[in-house]
Design a protein around this ligand. Sequence first.
Ligand code: 3PG
Length: 307
Amino acid sequence: MIKVLVATEKPFSPAALEAIRGIVTTAGCELSLLEKYTDRHCLEEAIKEVDALIVRSDKIDKEILSAAGHLRVIVRAGAGYDNIDLVAATERGICVMNTPGQNANAVAELVFGMLIYTVRNFYSGTAGTELRGKKLGILAYGNVGRHVACLAQGFGMEVCAYDAFCPSEVIENDNVKSLDSVADLFRTCPIVSLHIPVTKETKKSINYEFLSLLPQGAILVNTARKEVICEPCLARMFAERPDFRYLSDIRPDIHADLAASYPDRYFSTPKKMGAQTAEANFNAGIAAIRQALAFLTKGDERFRVNN
Ligand code: 3PG
C-alpha cells in the first residue's frame, strides 16, 4: 500500500487536509500527518516508511533524506522549492515537484494588504496616501507577478515589470509596461514588488546599487524570500533614506534592528503567511496529493523540478 506523509510545520487549513485525506483514502493509500513539529527528529522518524512526502516550506536536506528508506516523490505544495536539497534527492532517485500557481493569488493579495496598511500609515489615524495613479514595478513576471499586475490595475496603478526570462510581448499583452532591466525598474518605479525565486544568481541580488536608484518615497515589498535581499545594503538604505519603506512577508535577519529603529517605515509579518489562506492551502494541497499519486501510479512527472 502506498504511504503518504503530509509534513507541515505550518499546517494546512482543515478543509485542505480533509480533501487530501479524501483523495488518499479513495485511492486506497495510507495517510500520516506531522504538523507543527519543532524537532527535526520527528520528521526523520515519520519519513522512514513513506513513499510520498508533501511539504510546504519545511526544510528537506540531505540528513532528512538519508532517513527515508522508500521515498520516491516529494511534492512541495507551493512555488518555491529552495527548501529542498534537489541534488541529494536526485542522488537518491527521488522525484521533486512543486505546484506552481496554486497559491499565487493569496501571495498577490498580501502584497496589497501590506501596501494599503503602509500607505495609510499603519491605520494610525493620520492622513495617508492612495495607490491609484502610483507606479508599481514588478520584478519577475511569473504566476505571482501576473496576479499582482492584475490587482494593481484594479487599483488604477500604472504597472511595469521586468523579467529576465519572460518575453516582453507576454508582459505587454497584459497592458503592463515591459522594462529593459532591473536597474530600470528600480530607477523608475517608486513601489517595487519582488517575485524572484532564490537561486545562486538572485541571492543578495537586491543590493545597494539597485536600492539607491529608487525614487523618493519608495516602498519595497518582499513576498519572495529574505535571501534575495542584501541585508547590510537594506540597513544602509534605511539609514540614508528617511523616505524609504520596506514591507516583508519574511522576517529579515536584521528584523529586531529595523523594528526598533524604523517602526514607522518597516513592517514584517510574524511568520511567512503569503500563501496562508484556506483557498491557497486547498489548491496547493490538492494539487500536491494528485501529483504525488499520479507519479506513483502512472509515472506522471509533470512539474518535476529536479533531473
Ligand atoms: C511558496 O513558495 O509557494 C510560498 O512562499 C508559500 O510558502 P508556504 O507554503 O511556506 O506558505
